[in-house]
Write a new protein. Structure first.
Length: 241
């Protein structure tokens, strides 16, 4: 199946999974976004100081928030995976990561969070220590930042299925979920990227509704990702038979 056909099939399943559940997922997305915003605003308000101590503190803070927020990401993805499987879900499932598999979630989040941080460290260093008011400084920062973003995207696409796999196979643990996500996404990173980019045309309606439409688009995208995981898991299983 080509990328366009798979994208259309996955999005059709995502719409079906969301049918009758839009208020629940919108409320979950709003809660998730509010917690994310509050945590990062709180981090931004901390006095990190200047020079090397401030740089080190900001790096550690960014990494710590990324790891901790995995607990919420696990719950949110669990809601969408439950809908994809036609299971009953509730708003409180958003906080499931605080009561189940908590240790495994944190352990699993440490690895990709560390890789993503390492990808951006050169750009962080440039932002703190290079004279960005000069043309040369801005160019170096822009190049390092672009390289970091590309590396973060590759890391995200590699380990994007980890939480879904931990939800489906909790006994396998963090390491096995990360490894299995890497194997499943081999050869399918561009397919998922194509699926994500296919939502770009929805940006116009989002802007026309002053951002309110994003509530539906986010739900649609996350549901499509859960359905993509199911489709990929089925395809890889069938290919081994």
């Amino acid at each position: 199946m080509n990328r366009h056909a798979l994208s259309c099939a996955v999005k059709a399943r995502a719409r079906g999974a969301l049918s009758g559940h839009l208020p629940l997922v919108v409320a979950a997305n709003l809660t998730f976004s509010a917690v994310f915003l509050l945590l990062y605003l709180a981090g931004a308000e901390m006095n990190v100081g200047n020079g090397i101590p401030g740089f080190v503190f900001s790096v550690i803070l960014s990494w710590s928030l990324d790891v901790f927020f995995g607990l919420f990401s696990y719950g949110l993805q669990g809601i969408y995976l439950g809908l994809a499987y036609c299971r009953p879900v509730q708003q409180k499932d958003l906080f499931a990561g605080f009561s189940e598999n908590t240790r495994q979630i944190l352990l699993m989040q440490i690895f990709p969070a560390s890789l993503k941080l390492a990808a951006m460290l050169p750009a962080f260093w440039a932002a703190f220590f290079l004279p960005l008011h000069t043309g040369k400084g801005r160019i170096i920062f822009a190049v390092l930042f672009a390289m970091g973003i590309c590396l973060r995207l590759w890391i995200r696409l590699t380990y994007v299925l980890s939480f879904f796999l931990l939800l489906d196979y909790p006994r396998e643990g963090a390491g096995a979920s990360l490894q299995r996500s890497r194997r499943l996404m081999k050869g399918y990173k561009l397919t998922l990227l194509y699926l994500d980019l296919s939502f770009l045309p929805y940006l116009a309606p989002v802007l026309c509704t002053f951002g309110i439409g994003q509530l539906w688009v986010s739900a649609y995208m996350l549901s499509a990702r859960a359905c993509f995981y199911r489709a990929l898991l089925t395809e890889k299983t069938v290919s081994r038979v």
